[in-house]
Design a protein around this ligand. Structure first.
Ligand code: MN3
Length: 215
C-alpha cells in the first residue's frame, strides 16, 4: 500500500480523551465499574473503529472506489458519532465536589425556564422523552440553529445531533452499557440519578458557543 502525502490524508488518529475525574467519583449515581468499562472499553472501541473506517475511506478515495466510499458512510456515522457523543458526555458530567448537580444559572437557566417553565419541569420532560427511546440511543438538549431555541431530542444508536440541525449542549447516553450494571431495567431511575452529576457550568459554556456559532 503506497502512502499518500500527508496533506492528502484524512486524519485517522483520533484518541480516547482522558476523563477529567476519576472513575469512582460519580458514585453513587454512576458506579466505577460502569465508568471504567464505558470509557476504557466502549469509547475506546468507537475510537479504534472510527480510525479504521477513516483509513479505509482514504484507501477507497485513493482508488476512486466511489461505491466503497458510500458504503463506509454508515459506519463512519456510527463510530464517529460514538466518539464525538462520548467526548461531550464525559465533559457534561462532574463529581459533586466539582460542581456536579448544581442547577444552571444565568442565561441558560432563563432560557430553560422560558421553554419549559421551571428547571424541574424541564428535567421531567427530558426524562419522559428519553425514557421512551426504543433500543439504544441518546437524549439531548440541543440548540436549534434555525429557530435559535433549545430543544429536547431523542436520537437512536450513535446518530449525532448535528445531523438534525441542532448543536448538542447536553447528551445523556441511554445505551444499556451506560447504566445496566447498576440500574438493570430501571432506565428511569438512571435518568433521575444522572441530574445529580450534570455539569451545568460546562453545559452553559456549550450553550454560549452554540449561540455564537449559529449567528
Ligand atoms: Mn456509551
Amino acid at each position: 500500500m503506497t502512502t499518500a502525502p500527508r496533506e492528502q490524508q484524512v486524519l485517522a488518529n483520533y484518541k480516547l480523551p482522558e476523563l477529567p475525574y476519576d472513575y469512582d467519583s460519580l458514585e453513587p449515581y454512576i458506579n466505577a465499574e460502569i465508568m471504567r468499562l464505558h470509557h476504557s472499553k466502549h469509547h475506546q472501541a468507537y475510537v479504534n473503529n472510527f480510525n479504521k473506517d477513516l483509513e479505509e475511506f482514504q484507501e477507497a478515495a485513493r482508488n476512486n472506489d466511489v461505491g466503497k466510499m458510500m458504503l463506509l458512510q454508515n459506519t463512519i456515522k456510527f463510530n464517529g458519532g460514538g466518539h464525538i457523543n462520548h467526548c461531550l458526555f464525559w465533559t457534561n458530567l462532574a463529581p459533586k465536589d466539582q460542581g456536579g448537580g448544581e442547577s444552571p444559572v444565568g442565561e441558560l437557566a432563563e432560557e430553560i425556564e422560558r421553554e419549559w417553565g421551571t428547571f424541574e419541569a424541564f428535567k421531567e420532560k427530558f426524562n419522559a422523552i428519553v425514557v421512551a427511546i426504543q433500543g439504544s440511543g441518546w437524549g439531548w438538549l440541543g440548540f436549534c440553529t434555525a429557530s435559535k431555541r433549545l430543544m429536547i431530542v431523542a436520537c437512536c444508536n450513535q446518530d449525532p445531533l448535528i445531523l438534525q440541525g441542532l448543536i448538542p449542549i447536553l447528551g445523556v447516553d441511554v445505551w444499556e452499557h451506560a447504566y445496566y450494571l447498576q440500574y438493570k431495567n430501571a432506565k428511569l431511575e438512571y435518568l433521575k440519578a444522572i441530574w445529580e452529576v450534570v455539569n451545568w457550568k460546562n453545559v452553559a459554556e456549550l450553550f454560549q458557543d452554540a449561540k455564537a456559532a449559529a449567528v
